[in-house]
Design a protein around this ligand. Structure first.
Ligand code: AMP
Ligand code: MG
Length: 444
C-alpha cells in the first residue's frame, strides 16, 4: 500500500477519496485475515450505536396476518360490489378486538365490528371506517344493521395485508447500519433478542509535544494543558469505540517510537495529535519510518492543513519474531491545534473509522442558509468556520460565525452548532449570501 503522496496540496475531496480507497483495501485485508473474529453477538438492548455485521432477515411476516387498519366494520367487499345498490345494509353479527379475534363465519350480507389491529376474519376483505357509516339501526327482531353509502369504501380498503411491511425472509436492516433506537424497536418487533454486530474498534490516542501538561500538573509559562486527548475521547465515545489512552508523549525519538509501537501492538487505529506541522514533520517522519509507511499530506483546508496518514506494521519483538499484534494499525497524525483536531477528525477520521469497521457511512446533513454577516475568506483553501444556525423572526434559518476563527480557539467549537463550509475558490461572503452549512448538533 502506498500512502506517501508528493503532489503538493490535496483538496478536501481528493483527500476523502484517497482515504476511502486505502481503507477499503485495508478493511478487505483484515477481513480476509480475521473474518468472523471481527464480530460478536450481543443483547438487543446493548446494540444502539453498534454496527450491524450481517443483513438482518425477517423471520416472520409483518403483519403476521391480515388485520384492520381502522376502527370500523369488516365485511365482504367483493361479494357486495356488483349489486348496483346506492346503500349497503349489513347485519352486525359480532366483534373483533386486537388480540381477540372473531371466530365465526361472516356471510355476504353480514359484517362485524372491528378495532384497529384486530385480525380480519378470513372471509372479509374490506373495512368501512367508523366515521363513514351513515347509521346503525335496530330492527324489530333486535338485530343491529349497519348502513353506509356504497361508494364510501372500495374493495380491499383499510385492510393491512400479511407481510405488507416486511415479508418473511426480506432484509429488515442491512449489514453496516449504525443501529439507531428505531432499529432496536424494529428488531424487537420481529422477535429478535440479540444481534451480530462488529466488535468495537480499539483506538489508541496520543498527545505529543513538550509543552503539554496533564491536568494534575501546574501550568508553567509557555505550557498548555493537553485538551486534545479529551476532545478525542469525547469524539470517540460518541462513536462507541474502545479507547486506549496513550497519554502525553514528549518529543523525543525513543519515547515517541515506544509509544507508537505500544499502540500498534494493542490498537486497530492510532490517532496522535501534534508534531505533523512543517516545523516538526521531519522529526515525526524519522520516528515513523521504521514502524511503517506513513505519508505526510498537505490538505488545502483551514484549519487542519497538515495531516499524516499511514499504516504501522505488525511489531517484531526483541528476537525479531512476530508478536501477537492484531495486524497492521491504521495511523492518523492530526495537527496539534485544538480546533484542527476536531475538524480533521470530523471531516476525515470519523468516516474512516466507520468504514474500516464495515459501517455504511452517513454524514451530517449539509444545507444552504443565508449568512447573517460578512465573512472574510481568502480564495485557496476550503474553510470550516464554526457557525451558529438560528431561526430569525420570520422563521428563516440564518447563520453567523462564532467570532474569531483561530485554529487554537476551542471555544469557537464549543459554542458552534455547525461548520460553515466555504469552498476553496470562494472569496469574501456578504451578509445575505447563501452559504453551505454542515449541522453537527447531535453528531459530534
Ligand atoms: P503542533 O501541531 O504540534 O505544531 O501544535 C500546534 C499547536 O497546537 C501548538 O500551539 C501546540 O501547543 C498546540 N497543541 C498541540 N497538541 C496539543 C494538545 N494535545 N492540547 C492542546 N494544544 C495542543
Ligand atoms: Mg508540537
Amino acid at each position: 500500500m502506498t500512502v506517501a503522496i508528493n503532489s503538493g496540496s490535496l483538496s478536501v475531496l481528493e483527500t476523502r477519496r484517497i482515504l476511502s480507497e486505502l481503507i477499503s483495501k485495508l478493511a478487505e485485508e483484515s477481513r480476509a485475515k480475521i473474518g468472523q473474529a471481527l464480530s460478536e453477538t450481543i443483547p438487543l438492548e446493548d446494540a444502539v450505536n453498534r454496527i450491524l455485521a450481517e443483513d438482518l432477515l425477517s423471520p416472520i411476516n409483518v403483519p403476521n396476518a391480515d388485520n384492520s387498519a381502522m376502527d370500523g366494520y369488516a365485511f365482504k367487499g367483493q361479494a357486495n360490489s356488483n349489486n348496483n345498490k346506492l346503500q349497503k345494509q349489513l347485519k352486525i353479527i359480532g366483534t373483533a378486538l386486537a388480540g381477540q379475534p372473531f371466530l365465526g363465519q361472516v356471510g355476504d350480507e353480514e359484517c362485524i365490528k372491528i378495532m384497529t389491529g384486530a385480525l380480519m376474519p378470513a372471509s372479509c376483505d374490506s373495512v368501512i371506517p367508523q366515521e363513514l357509516i351513515t347509521n346503525v339501526i335496530v330492527n324489530d327482531s333486535q338485530e343491529n344493521w349497519l348502513i353506509f353509502s356504497a361508494n364510501a369504501v372500495r374493495v380491499g380498503e383499510n385492510r393491512r395485508r400479511q407481510g405488507e411491511d416486511l415479508r418473511l425472509g426480506q432484509v429488515a436492516i442491512p449489514a453496516g447500519r449504525i443501529l439507531r433506537p428505531s432499529d432496536l424497536g424494529l428488531a424487537a418487533s420481529l422477535g429478535i433478542k440479540s444481534l451480530l454486530v462488529r466488535r468495537k474498534l480499539r483506538v489508541a490516542i496520543i498527545s505529543s509535544g513538550n509543552e503539554l501538561r496533564s491536568l494534575d500538573q501546574p501550568l508553567d509559562a509557555g505550557s498548555v494543558y493537553d485538551s486534545n486527548r479529551y476532545s478525542l475521547i469525547g469524539l470517540l465515545t460518541r462513536l462507541n469505540l474502545e479507547i486506549i489512552d496513550g497519554g502525553i508523549v514528549r518529543d523525543d525519538p525513543q519515547t515517541l517510537k515506544n509509544a507508537f509501537r505500544n499502540a500498534a501492538l494493542k490498537a486497530d487505529v492510532l490517532i496522535s495529535s501534534g508534531g505533523v506541522s512543517v516545523g516538526e514533520a521531519d522529526f515525526t517522519k524519522q520516528v515513523l519510518q521504521e514502524l511503517g509507511e506513513v505519508g505526510f499530506w498537505q490538505i488545502a483546508m483551514r484549519p487542519g492543513r497538515p495531516m499524516a496518514f499511514g499504516v504501522l506494521k505488525p511489531v517484531l519483538d526483541a528476537n525479531n519474531s512476530p508478536t501477537n499484534s492484531p495486524g497492521s494499525t491504521l495511523f492518523f497524525g492530526l495537527p496539534g491545534n485544538p480546533v484542527a483536531v476536531m475538524v480533521t477528525f470530523y471531516q476525515f477520521v470519523r468516516s474512516a473509522l466507520l468504514q474500516l469497521n464495515g459501517a455504511t457511512v452517513t454524514t451530517a446533513p449539509i444545507v444552504q442558509v443565508r449568512s447573517a454577516e460578512n465573512i472574510r475568506k481568502k480564495p485557496g483553501r476550503t474553510e470550516f468556520q464554526r457557525g451558529i444556525v438560528t431561526l430569525n423572526a420570520d422563521g428563516q434559518a440564518m447563520v453567523r460565525t462564532t467570532g474569531s476563527q483561530g485554529a487554537g480557539i476551542l471555544r469557537s467549537m464549543s459554542e458552534a452548532n455547525c461548520f460553515i463550509i466555504l469552498p476553496a475558490e470562494q472569496g469574501n461572503i456578504q451578509a445575505g449570501d447563501l452559504v453551505q452549512v454542515e449541522i453537527f448538533e447531535g453528531l459530534l
